[in-house]
Write a protein that binds this ligand. Sequence first.
Ligand SMILES: Nc1ncnc2c1ncn2[C@@H]1O[C@H](COP(=O)(O)OP(=O)(O)OP(=O)(O)O)[C@@H](O)[C@H]1O
Ligand SMILES: [Mg+2]
Length: 583
Amino acid sequence: MFSYLKKYWLFIILTPLFMLGEVVMDLWQPRLMSVIVDDGVLGLNNGGVGNLDLVINTGLQMIGLVAVGGICGVVSGVFANLCSQNFGNDLRKDTFEKVMSFSFAQTDRFSTGSLVTRVTNDITQVQNLVSMSIRGFVRTFLLFAGGIVCMLSLNMQFGTVVFCAFIPILFCVVFFMKKADPMFGLLQTRLDKVNHVMQENVSGARVVKAYVREEYETERFREANQGLVGTQLRVLELFSYMTPIMNVILNISVVAVIKVGGILVEGGEATPGNVMAAITYISQILNAVMRTVMIFQSVSRGSASAKRIREVLECPEDLKDGSVEDGNTSGECRGEIRFEQVSFVYPEGSREPVLRDIDLTIHPGETFGIIGATGCGKSTLVNLIPRFFDATKGNVFVDGKNVRDYKKQELRNKVAIALQKSEIYSTTVRENILWGNPQAGPKELEKAAKTAQAWDFIQKLPEGLDTVIAQQGMSLSGGQKQRIAISRGIIRDGEILILDDATSALDLKTEADLYQMLSENYGNMTKVIIAQRIASIRNADRIAVMENGRIAACDSHERLLETCGIYREIYQSQLKDGGECIG
Ligand SMILES: Nc1ncnc2c1ncn2[C@@H]1O[C@H](COP(=O)(O)OP(=O)(O)OP(=O)(O)O)[C@@H](O)[C@H]1O
Ligand SMILES: [Mg+2]
């Protein structure tokens, strides 16, 4: 993570330099105070006669010092912020990019809530740590070391007081930090949980209301929040003991300085002004030690967060890129998909294979249907084509090349997919469709939208293609969302188009028109269509019937009706439900 700071080396040098200026001014003040007391007021070097001019002049010097110190402090603060904010910005950008590059399995493993916390709160904690290190830490160290030097230069005897006070304070700091350290990691995990529940409920707010589960979900949130508050309170409670203990030690030290100072003044070894200066120095020294608590707190919290960010940044690439860069395959196998002895087990799921020994070839330009009971592995099978996951056993080939050998981007340029749940972004309809292929012109956009049966309803929207869609497509119906998602897939103009139950919300007439136009306008594309209804895929060249992760049969609709019992069963059950639609 230090590499992110290299760019800001100038700020890292200038911040402590200006901070040094501020501290020097702070340490200079007690000296001048001592002059005012000894020479200006008591007139120790002038037979007991004070000097008002000296008081005024030294007073003015003190004001000057405060001003210079203040300016140094402001400049150092500005540089520290410039450094930490820019550092945080770079880190956030890269962490986000890394999250974007995650495979589905990695995103599931971290959980969305935790990734949100890491990209937001954790980076803020590390940002604070950077700012604290180049400013707070430097200030504390300089005040501490400078204070001791200045105090000892007044009189070495004061050193005994510093030493005696330093030991218990150091003991306190170490004790409290040891206790608090493990709590900071826990604090971030609790925050993950709160974000996780929050995110699930905000995005699923409609379902929560529909099922009147507000109370249940509020309780779930309360529990998560309680966990966070509880840990926070434990940290705060710990530190609340610390401040009074430190204050007691500080006050005892001040009394000790006065006592030692009194003896020294009596013995003629020090002046009252020296004692006053020593009181200020001891306060500065011990305050500096106390501030190390805040610094350690920020270091502990920051390093717990840094560890969590490193876990993301250093997460090894799950699906390594291959070397095939040339996506422009021509020839016979353009658009061909082949599964060879493919089995698949979800890394985070039960150890049961979801796909078992699949052997299947989908030919270029073919319209290929997949049907089967819910949960039988249809989505999993097609997710292996653009390599959202790697087959646990066996291989998947696209255009005759193993998907593992492609650069992922090249492979995904060939394969357009409309997922089971349509993802719609809160921007215009046009941008949502062009998202699939930003280079596409207006004609291609119209062709894609017309093919997806989306053009007519888009024209009826208040501002047509420029209508802004509400968050998560809330302002559209389920079927409208699906048609926009399909337009996006079509406009990508890849060799392969996968529709994973992407027309489930369309009425049969619209769906039939869509498939009809798809084969007329994009005949060369290989189309893989997953559907729950036989009516959706009956015109496909071939249909695979899946059962429990295996392909039970694969043939045309008519042949399957003759040869495949499961297919006939599905057909008959759907015939009962709405026979006229199928026939
Ligand atoms: N990310 C995941 N982690 C673990 N298990 C998963 C994951 N996704 C799916 N599964 C499991 O894999 C099996 C197959 O899921 P898949 O989504 O492929 O089914 P499907 O045939 O597409 O079902 P549907 O028709 O309901 O969409 C299911 O038992 C499911 O529980
Ligand atoms: Mg599915």
